[in-house]
Design a protein around this ligand. Sequence first.
Ligand code: NAD
Length: 293
Amino acid sequence: MKIMDGKLVSQAVKDDLRKKVQELEASGMKKPHLAAILVGNNGASETYVASKVKSCGEVGFTSTLIRMDAAVSQQDLLKEITTLNDNDDVDGILVQLPLPKHISEQVVIDTISADKDVDGFHPESVGRMVQGLPAFYPATPYGILLMIEHYGIETKGKHAVVIGRSNIVGRPISILLNRNDYPGNCTVTVCHSHTHNLKDICLQADIIVAALGRPEFLKADMVKEGAVVIDVGITRVEDPSKKSGFAIKGDVDFASVAEKCSYITPVPGGVGPMTIAALLMNTYKACLLRNKK
Ligand code: NAD
């Protein structure tokens, strides 16, 4: 069994990006600039945005963090996005989700300029991805592809089972694993909360992507010997033994599943850091496109 080390692979991606930014600067071009909007002060969102901003600094990107009150109106949030859309210095815009209930996430996503959509959630980005055109892929699925590529894992002709069909993880990774490219060319089964015989389906999988948000859901008796298991889940569960009062759990029962796998991602330290690396990659690509224009 081999651990797919998201910290190590994301560091390799960042090291490479830092060099690329230096090359951009040396050739007199502008460096990538990511603008992040954080609405309210949800603990997990604060942590995610802070690490995205920190990672920008590590690779030499410019970053701007715009904080808005939880009570901000949708109209004012959209106005801020439009200002960033019109700002020529900004290459990528991300609005940290989830948003307060009075704001429509779909309207917010639709308002971000497609050429600055580094989270890859805009319908134009999704449409391009589905059609196999160059696109900003959603960061978590893109991070998974980068990790599979780093470890040189064969995907062609494999049966991949994706558990979860959300717009940010399950559905896009199912499309990407099914595309005619590497990593890809899998036969993909997408499972969800209405799927019957999930255990039987998982037992047929060469690759399992668990993205359902149920701590330690995937048990050893659901996994074929030698399978590749990618754990996307991040759930905070109460743990009085921790200083923070909670522990982070993935969707995979790592202790029992790991020994059956050829490769497995840990939580934390697996897909999470890769998501940030992929966001940086998208921002770099957005900057290159703008520099070309
Ligand atoms: P979501 O709640 O939007 O979607 C969950 C999906 O799982 C749904 O499609 C649902 O049908 C399916 N599901 C739920 N229970 C099921 C069951 N018993 N059997 C089969 N399918 C079931 O969640 P999401 O936004 O896709 O996130 C999933 C998990 O991944 C969460 O724990 C989230 O925190 C985590 N996540 C991690 C990263 C990262 O960077 N590592 C990024 C995004 C999300």
